[in-house]
Structures are given as structure tokens and as C-alpha cells.
Design a protein around this ligand. Structure first.
Ligand code: ADP
Ligand code: MG
Length: 524
């Protein structure tokens, strides 16, 4: 293989810009990768990692910027062109042909031939040798669809190994794998690297990154904010870089109020014990009392949304247990959860929340409509009373309750959605990113509403990516990482710093940040 000298990057992307519908998704993004390294590309969800990769592989067209690959200006117009130039991409949903055999998939499109005919014997032998060398004992003549995602990824990697791919890109491809499968995959990735190929590895599991990667590029809000050897950044630095917070900014206040709130909270409204489903939620334990607001903290992708979905019966829990008001329950569906007094405000306001063409009135009463309907007829007077009451109490700004909700600002739409759930008279509110994407004024309003609901005795579990917003509203925080509860921080112990510390290190190392701060302050 033609390996460039070390030092000369195999890939150099510079000043990459792209917009979607007038919104910039990447701004002067850069990425530089050398042959023979595993390069971590990290950032929170939406930071622009996949977009940058899609630009490289020709799936998206950049607005501006330059790409050099393997010593040449590169401008791939399709993933096929990129593949032909030696860039192999492995997604979570793998692009193999499900009904063809493993061996066929490995050599698809470049089958060895004898006398012009496809040489099946050679294909099978070489495929078997390849997978044996990965330590996989599987029958390569079986169709791909009979195997797990992990095996399918190994097949995709084997395809890359057997071709002359100079670069292999793995975009979140480990997120659905279990630990043993990940370890197996890493063995293969290391082999690719030792062969002198470059691997770009996108993952938000910090431990994986340290175990595997040589260097790291950190993205935030469409920009490249750090490039470094992996070992030169500790986990805390990595997390603060991803979140865009510096140590100096991490100081906190008004814990006395939170302590007082916790002291007068009511009994346990819901409790989750070792809750799990799939690979996204592995082991979540938490409880929420009435009269308290608990913050569910963690990086995007850590399993916060998935945890809330389990607590709302939107997905079935596979492991662990839930109890409501002290009684064990199995939530069979959202209807089941609603009937038990649970409300869930989704993070996806546009996709799952509002029905844009319907009026504010209909949107607001969408969930409670059933209780307002007798023999198929809606009690219009009652509906009007509810709508007016919430418009008034939540301060929803609008022209008329009959106007389509899409005409309202994001903040007012969010208040309508909150009202939709409050109209069901819940005991527990699950709020996923309630302040995301709304303006500052509306954020303050929503925070105030949440506090009032808490004070009126509701149990509130909320998530917010902005730790500042989370700690402003929550009385205590439960921190999850990779789908697992790693820390619980009450009142005075909850701060942006302690939460970040827990995100970076998990529990039991809470002094790490304090030490880092001390060390920093000790410097001249
Ligand atoms: P990441 O992979 O880091 O989670 P993405 O690259 O998927 O982030 O997304 C970066 C930003 O670009 C997000 O705000 C996302 O909504 C936006 N985006 C990506 N692809 C599209 C698209 N096809 N249309 C509109 N917006 C997009
Ligand atoms: Mg992505």
C-alpha cells in the first residue's frame, strides 16, 4: 500500500461551510487525519460530525472549503466516487445486501474471476480466512441478514480490509453494540491502523475513545474547536470542550433555595430501578418525588430521551423495574402512562409535538380531548374553558385560539405543548429539553412555570443540554452516561462543575474537578 510519509496528512479538510435552508450547519470546519492513526471525531449531537463526513464522501455538496485526500485535491460527487478513491464508510445501518452471503458481500463488485467467471471457491476461501483472522467463527456462505449488527459491521470492515480502502470511517457504528462486540470490533480497527490505513471513529462513548484513538478532533456548533492527541486531553477537558464551558465559568449559587425545596418535597412519585432497554439505556436508577424538580443530565446521546421514553411507556423496558406511588408497574403504552398521571413533553417539538396545521385550541386539547368527549361529541364549553385558562396562566401570546399553531413563535408553541400536558392533570411531568430552541424571554417564562408546577406539588423530571438551564431549575441532578446512572447530586452538591465532573469521570471521583481548579488557581 502507498502510505504517505508520517506528518503529511492523508486527509485535509479546511474551511468547510454548508447551510441547510439558510441555516449554517458547518462554519469553517476542519479535519486533518494521517495514515496509520485512529482519529476520533467527537461533539454533541448536531455538532456537525456526520455532515462533515457526508461532505467528504460526496453525499452532500459543500458551499465552500477545500479537501485534499491522498495527495490530491478531492471533490467527490458521490459516495461511489469516494469509495473508488479509497474511502470506505461504515454506518450504523450498514449498506450490505441482506439476502446475499457474507462472502459475496465482502467481494461485491470486485469478485475474483477465473476464465471470466466469478470464482466462488476463491471468494469463499478468502472470506473465511479474513473472518477467521478476526477471530470470528461463522459460515460465510450464509446470508448477511441472518447475523447480528455487530457481525454485519465486521463484514463491512472485512470488506474495507480486503479492498484497498485507505481510510475507513465509522460513524456511530458502535452505538448499538454490546461491550464484547465492541472489543471485537476494536481488534479489527487496530489491525486496519497497523496496516497503515486511517480510521475516523465517531462515538460519544468516552471510554471507547480513549481505548482506541490516537488523536481527536472536537466539533461544536458546526465548528472545529479542538485538535489534539487523545492522551493530551483528559476526559474533563474533552467534555468541557464539547460543551463549550471553561473551568472559570463553572461556578454556582443559590443552593440554599434548592436545599429548602428538597427538605419539603413529598413522597416518591416514580422510581426507576436498574431500568434498561437495548443498548441506549443500560442501567438507570432514579426517583422523583412530588414537589421536586430533578434534572436528568448527560451528554446528548447519553440516553436521556430514551430513559424518558421508557418512563412514559413509549418504548418497552426490557430490564429493571418502575414503580409509581410505591407500586410496581409495567407501562404498556403511552395511554397507560397518561392514565397513571404521567405527561411527557418530547424534545422534538416540530416532529412529534405540534400539529402545525391545527389550531392552538385543538393542539392544546389534543391529549385531554377524550375526557372532553361524550358519545362522540366534544364539550365545547369545557374545551374553551381549559384553553382560555392555560392561555392566561402560561401567558401564551397569540391572536386567537383558532389560529394555526405554526404561526406562533417557538416559545409560545412550547407553552401550548406544556399546556396540552397540564390539561391532563398529571402527577409527574417528564420534560425533555423544554427550553431548547426558544428565545431567552420564553426560556425564563418556561423555567418560572416549571418552578410553579413544582411548588404546586408536581413531580418534575427535566433534561436540558445547557447545564446552566438545568441547574437553574432543578433541585437536584441525576447524571447518566452511556445509558447508566453515574451520579446523583443534591442541592448544594449540584453545580455545573460537579455535573460535568460526573459526566467525565462518573461517580466516586467528584474531587477531580476541584483538584483541577485548585491546580489551575495555583498557577501564576
Ligand atoms: P452530528 O453528526 O454531529 O450529530 P449532524 O452533522 O448530523 O451532527 O448535524 C449538524 C447540523 O446540521 C444539525 O443542526 C442538523 O440538524 C443539520 N443537518 C444535517 N443534515 C441536514 C439536512 N439534510 N437537512 C437539514 N439540516 C441538516
Ligand atoms: Mg451524526
Amino acid at each position: 500500500m502507498n502510505t504517505p510519509n508520517s506528518g503529511t496528512p492523508l486527509l485535509e479538510m479546511q474551511d468547510i461551510d454548508i447551510s441547510f435552508g439558510g441555516v449554517a450547519a458547518l462554519r469553517h470546519a476542519r479535519l486533518s487525519v494521517t495514515a496509520g492513526e485512529v482519529h476520533a471525531l467527537i461533539g454533541q449531537n448536531g455538532a456537525g460530525k456526520s455532515t462533515l463526513i457526508k461532505i467528504l464522501t460526496g453525499a452532500y455538496r459543500r458551499t465552500s472549503g477545500t479537501i485534499r485526500f491522498d495527495g490530491r485535491e478531492a471533490d467527490f460527487r458521490s459516495p461511489k466516487e469516494a469509495r473508488e478513491a479509497g474511502i470506505s464508510t461504515i454506518y450504523q445501518e450498514i449498506n450490505l445486501v441482506p439476502f446475499r452471503s457474507i462472502a459475496e458481500n465482502i467481494f461485491l463488485g470486485r469478485e475474483p474471476r477465473r476464465f471470466g467467471l466469478i470464482d466462488w471457491k476463491t471468494i469463499h476461501r478468502r472470506a473465511q480466512e479474513l473472518l477467521d483472522s478476526f477471530g470470528l467463527q461463522i459460515d460465510v456462505s450464509k446470508p448477511v441478514r441472518e447475523f447480528s449488527t455487530a457481525i454485519q459491521q465486521m463484514v463491512a470492515l472485512a470488506r474495507a480490509v480486503s479492498s484497498d480502502a485507505k481510510m475507513v470511517i465509522m460513524d456511530e457504528s458502535t452505538s448499538s453494540l454490546d461491550e464484547r462486540e465492541v472489543e471485537l470490533l476494536f481488534t479489527v480497527v487496530r489491525r486496519l491502523r497497523d496496516d497503515g490505513r486511517a480510521v475516523i471513529f465517531v462515538s460519544h462513548r468516552l471510554d471507547e475513545l480513549y481505548a482506541l484513538c490516537d488523536r481527536v478532533t472536537v466539533m461544536r456548533d458546526g465548528q472545529t474547536v479542538a485538535e489534539s492527541p487523545m492522551a493530551a486531553l483528559d476526559k474533563l477537558q474533552l467534555v468541557t470542550t464539547m460543551l463549550g464551558r471553561t473551568l472559570a465559568a463553572v461556578v454556582h449559587e443559590d443552593s440554599a433555595v434548592k436545599e429548602a425545596n428538597l427538605a419539603k418535597r413529598g413522597s416518591t412519585a416514580i422510581s426507576a430501578t436498574n431500568l434498561g432497554a437495548g443498548a441506549k439505556v443500560t442501567d438507570v436508577s432514579l426517583d422523583v418525588h412530588s414537589g421536586e424538580a430533578v434534572g436528568l443530565a448527560g451528554l446528548l446521546g447519553s440516553g436521556r430521551t430514551e430513559t424518558m421514553r421508557l418512563m412514559f411507556g413509549a418504548d418497552p423496558a426490557e430490564r429493571g423495574s418502575l414503580s409509581i406511588d410505591g407500586k410496581p408497574v409495567t407501562l404498556k403504552s403511552p395511554q397507560d402512562a397518561i392514565a397513571r398521571g404521567i405527561a411527557y413533553l418530547t424534545e422534538d417539538r416540530k416532529g412529534e409535538g405540534i400539529v402545525p396545521e391545527l389550531s392552538v385550541r385543538d393542539n392544546l386539547t389534543l391529549v385531554c380531548l377524550r375526557t372532553l368527549t361524550k358519545r362522540g361529541v366534544v364539550d365545547v364549553a369545557k374545551q374553551r374553558e381549559i384553553v382560555d385558562r392555560f392561555i392566561e396562566s402560561l401567558g401564551i401570546k397569540l391572536r386567537s385560539a383558532d389560529q394555526p399553531i405554526r404561526e406562533l413563535s417557538g416559545g409560545n408553541q412550547q407553552k401550548v405543548l406544556l399546556a396540552r400536558w397540564l390539561a391532563t392533570n398529571p402527577g409527574l411531568l417528564l420534560l425533555d429539553e423544554p427550553t431548547r430552541g426558544i428565545d431567552v424571554g420564553a426560556k425564563a417564562d418556561v423555567a418560572k412555570i416549571i418552578r410553579e408546577l413544582r411548588d404546586s406539588g408536581l413531580a418534575v423530571l427535566l433534561s436540558a443540554s445547557e447545564l446552566e438551564e438545568l441547574t437553574a431549575v432543578a433541585d437536584r441532578a441525576v447524571v447518566i452516561r452511556d445509558g447508566k446512572t453515574v451520579a446523583e447530586l443534591d442541592g448544594a452538591r449540584m453545580s455545573e462543575a460537579s455535573i460535568m465532573d460526573a459526566i467525565a469521570y462518573g461517580s466516586g471521583e467528584e474531587s477531580a474537578l476541584a483538584e483541577a481548579v485548585d491546580a489551575k488557581e495555583g498557577q501564576p
